[in-house]
Design a protein around this ligand. Structure first.
Ligand code: COA
Length: 263
């Protein structure tokens, strides 16, 4: 499949998605969001792909936000639609994938760019990364889940400050806040992601999918996360991966887990 705004490289179990609009600092226009939706959907259904990494092309930006030129003349109705479509197609979609998604933040991650990174299951960043939600400088608020995911990740007070001041934080600050898990030199970003992806790929993808579901349920309205954990934990006992994993442990050998489980 050919895409205008993204590059996909699949190497064995690892799929690498690069958002490729460097002249616009990889800003998310409508077409890029649609392409990302399609590629995430296809990778989720690909039994061989056990981990997805998403990054931005060149070394200046991960994503510098939603493409402002596309919504500068929108009215209220169009604004709400932009937010809802984006959340449904991409941001909530990524968060609820069964395949682990790592954001490799290689530069500016602003507005929709930081929201995209926050939708991923976790984040790593290069030292030159800068993160922020500058929407209030445009007379807007974050519309792709930023007002919800940022406080979950860094706490309400810090999220309030970041959103109200529109300040950008450094990679180091982001790590101290718990927004990114690791920070490395730019040339080490891809190798680190590959290392993490390899580690993940060695584990049961069925169990990882169940863990994602259970962890995410903590943040869903009206859902009791402990109940979801009980259900997902129980379901694991009915899987080949559990039989294989526990047998391999007792036989003192490496497990040979199934291909990715597709819900
Ligand atoms: N939407 C559309 N275009 C964007 C963009 C965005 N979010 N962010 C950057 N661009 C474009 C610029 O318009 C410019 O295009 P041009 O060369 O055709 O004029 C190009 O990307 C390079 O950006 P530029 O501003 O010249 O780079 P810089 O190094 O001076 O500044 C930033 C970098 C990230 C500080 C600056 O681009 C910026 O503030 N971007 C907007 C961030 C934002 O508000 N995001 C939230 C949107 S909701």
């Amino acid at each position: 499949m050919n895409y205008n705004n993204i590059i996909i490289v699949i190497d064995d179990y690892l799929a690498f998605i690069t958002i490729n609009r460097p002249k616009k600092l990889n800003a998310l226009n409508k077409e890029t969001i649609a392409e990302l939706h399609n590629v995430f959907r296809d990778l989720e259904e690909d039994k061989d792909v056990r981990v997805i990494v998403i990054t931005g092309s060149e070394d200046k930006a991960f994503v510098a936000g939603a493409d402002i030129s596309e919504f500068a003349d929108f009215d209220e109705k169009e604004g709400s639609k932009l937010s809802k479509n984006g959340q449904d197609l991409l941001f909530d979609f990524i968060e609820n994938l069964s395949t682990p998604v790592i954001a490799a933040i290689n530069g500016f991650a602003l507005g929709g760019g930081l929201e995209l990174a926050m939708s991923c299951h976790f984040r790593v960043a290069s030292m030159n990364a800068k993160m922020g939600l500058p929407e209030v400088t445009l007379g807007l608020i974050p519309g792709y889940g930023g007002t919800q995911r940022l406080p979950r990740l860094i706490g309400k007070g810090k999220a309030m400050e970041m959103i109200m001041t529109a300040n950008m934080i450094t990679a180091e600050e982001a790590q101290n806040y718990g927004l990114v898990n690791h920070i490395v030199d730019q040339n080490e970003l891809v190798p680190l992601c590959e290392k993490l992806a390899f580690k993940i790929s060695q584990n049961s993808s069925t169990a990882i999918a169940a863990a994602i579901k259970a962890i995410n349920s903590n943040y869903k309205d009206g859902v009791n996360g402990f109940d979801v954990e009980i259900k997902q934990f129980g379901k694991c006992f009915g899987t080949h991966d559990f039989v294989e994993g526990s047998t391999a442990f007792l036989e003192k050998r490496k497990p040979n887990f199934d291909k990715k489980w597709i819900p």
